[in-house]
Design a protein around this ligand. Structure first.
Ligand SMILES: CC(=O)[C@@H](O)[C@H](O)COP(=O)(O)O
Ligand SMILES: NCC(=O)COP(=O)(O)O
Length: 238
């Protein structure tokens, strides 16, 4: 069975809604580890809409499991990664206007650039994972650039509207997972996974780690609501 990497981006999204200091994603990472997370994932977006550079620097000092830094393959991000040295980097595609990451990274279309970034990071001792759709050509290209890991994008599976398309998407992920493992890559997966759809992906043979964020942050806001209100009632009504 795979391990669980907890993505704490959307704790930071709540903080950035007020540009204040709470809730701190670094504190959330500590609690996630205490609850059994095997790794912590944070995506430092170019537009800094949630995670800030300060968060990644503190996470580097405090995370006791492993820190997976998701980032675009830009010079700015490569410089930050080389300085902070996360346990591994996941290269992801980014569009400023998107609500969330749409589709996987196109390795085929920018093989030279991705190859250079992978080489630069891995030569500095930072293993690289590529966040891609489970397309055979993208997997072959990922082997060519000598990435250590793939993260298969599970967004289409998660958003499937009916059982038939969900099964098709699962079969697509399963084939991709098998192709990548046979080619010597290690395979993670993530995006849009929830308490309701994670089971089948977690059972794909050879899957190493699932990175899950939004659904965990959403649930923590709800399961924590009663306690949070009770605590405030004690201060207000006394
Ligand atoms: C690449 C990816 O899947 C994660 O970064 C996750 O989606 C959280 O970040 P966003 O919601 O900002 O895309
Ligand atoms: N790479 C996927 C990730 O880190 C978490 O995605 P989500 O669960 O927030 O959709």
């Amino acid at each position: 069975m795979p391990t669980l990497g907890v993505n704490i981006d959307h704790i930071a999204t709540i903080r950035q809604a007020r540009r204040t200091v709470e809730p701190d994603p670094v504190a959330a990472a500590v609690l996630a580890e205490l609850a059994g997370a095997d790794g912590i994932t944070a995506h430092l977006r170019e537009d800094r809409r949630h995670i800030q550079e300060r968060d990644v620097r503190l996470l580097r000092q405090t995370v006791r499991t492993h820190l997976n830094l998701e980032m675009a393959a830009t010079d700015e991000m490569v410089a930050i990664a080389l300085d902070i040295k996360p346990d591994y980097v996941t290269l992801v595609p980014e569009k400023r206007e998107e609500v969330t990451t749409e589709g996987g990274l196109d390795i085929v279309g920018q093989i030279d650039r991705i190859g250079q970034v992978v080489d630069k990071l891995q030569s500095a001792g930072i293993p690289v994972s590529l966040f891609i759709d489970a397309e055979p050509a993208q997997i072959e290209a990922s082997v060519k650039v000598q990435a250590k890991f793939l993260e298969l994008h599970t967004g289409r599976y998660a958003e499937a509207k009916d059982e038939t398309s969900r099964e098709e998407e699962l079969a697509f992920l399963s084939k991709g997972c098998e192709q990548a493992i046979n080619a010597g890559l290690r395979v993670n997966a993530g995006h849009g996974l929830t308490y309701w759809n994670v089971y089948s992906v977690a059972n794909l043979p050879g899957m190493e780690e699932l990175n899950i964020g939004h659904t965990i942050v959403s649930r923590s806001a709800l399961v924590g609501m009663e306690r949070a209100v009770r605590e405030m009632v004690r201060f207000v009504v006394s």
